[in-house]
Design a protein around this ligand. Structure first.
Ligand SMILES: C[S@@+](CC[C@H](N)C(=O)[O-])C[C@H]1O[C@@H](n2cnc3c(N)ncnc32)[C@H](O)[C@@H]1O
Length: 270
């Protein structure tokens, strides 16, 4: 197969963990620290599964504070980066939509930065929660942090208007033009991102989507899969403004654009 500049650009954009960390820095390990705070508040045991672990930075933080961590992701590129740059946890390939990494093998499952919203359909959400139920020991915790679907009820400030972001990468200037739209039928937030570069390569469009998950819908789903909700709120969290800081208690509103949930498995898998 002929290798082209377009291939380079496509790989750069869809499969480049270094770029992901550069574009979305978390220098103070806020996400990892917030997660550890949730785990401690509710007395979670040491074995943690980070589903949709991405580059592995949160898994490595949890490992560094003494937990026995497995990071799981579908992307081989993310897993390879995690093994090389954030060692400590075990890293395995698994699909959020349905996984089996051992019955009762974990005391907590964490799922950060909207990874859970890659479950687009109801069947995929059921598959994820049934897998978590199987993976957790009795009383185990699910901790997740994501966009809040309810934010888009009556608000259009983030929708339909392209936003442009420019950055230098390997000697060229790259520009992303991102447009978010709501697909009401599929209940998805769809993202189109068009990338251009000043190195003469042609534009590349990347499309992805997140499930628009609503707080009361999440409560219903968790209850149906044997979980009791302990916290459900829009902040403070690692990606809220202002961000969470050590010692801040969880809120109780679910109106702003991030959603945080901590739930306990009260009815283990039969
Ligand atoms: C936005 S990133 C978040 C990464 C990491 N949790 C963080 O907070 O930095 C979403 C991750 O979910 C992974 N992902 C997407 N669909 C998945 C699936 N079906 N199963 C497992 N991982 C998936 C992607 O490969 C990506 O690493």
């Amino acid at each position: 197969m002929t290798h082209t500049a377009t291939d380079d650009l496509r790989n750069l954009l869809t499969d480049n963990p270094e770029l992901y960390e550069a574009r979305f820095p978390d220098t103070h390990r806020l996400a990892g620290r917030w997660t550890e705070d949730c785990l401690r508040r509710y007395g979670a045991g040491p074995r943690v599964l980070d589903m949709g672990c991405g580059t592995g930075r949160d898994a490595a933080h949890l490992h560094a504070v003494g937990r026995k961590v497995t990071g799981a992701d579908l992307s081989e590129a993310m897993l390879a980066h995690a093994r090389a740059h954030h060692p400590g946890p075990a890293y395995v390939r698994a699909d959020l939509h349905g996984f089996d990494l051992g019955h009762g093998a974990f005391d907590a499952v964490v799922c950060l930065d909207s990874s859970l919203l890659y479950c687009h359909t109801n069947a995929q959400l059921d598959g994820f929660l049934a897998s978590c139920r199987r993976a957790l020991s009795p009383g185990g915790l699910l901790v997740a942090e994501m966009r809040n679907g309810a934010y888009f009820l009556g608000r259009t400030d983030l929708l339909d208007t392209p936003t442009v972001h420019e950055f230098a990468w390997q000697g060229s200037v790259h520009r992303s033009t991102t447009t978010l739209t709501v697909d009401r039928t599929a209940q998805l937030l769809r993202r189109s991102r068009v990338w251009t570069a000043d190195d003469g390569s042609p534009p590349v469009e990347q499309r992805s989507a997140w499930r628009l998950l609503f707080p009361q819908e999440l409560r219903r789903l968790l209850a149906a899969h044997g979980f009791e909700v302990l916290d459900l709120h829009d902040g403070p969290g690692p990606r809220t403004e202002p961000p969470w800081r050590e010692g801040m208690p969880p809120g109780d509103a679910t109106d702003a654009d991030r959603l945080h949930v901590v739930a306990r498995l009260t009815e283990p898998a039969p």
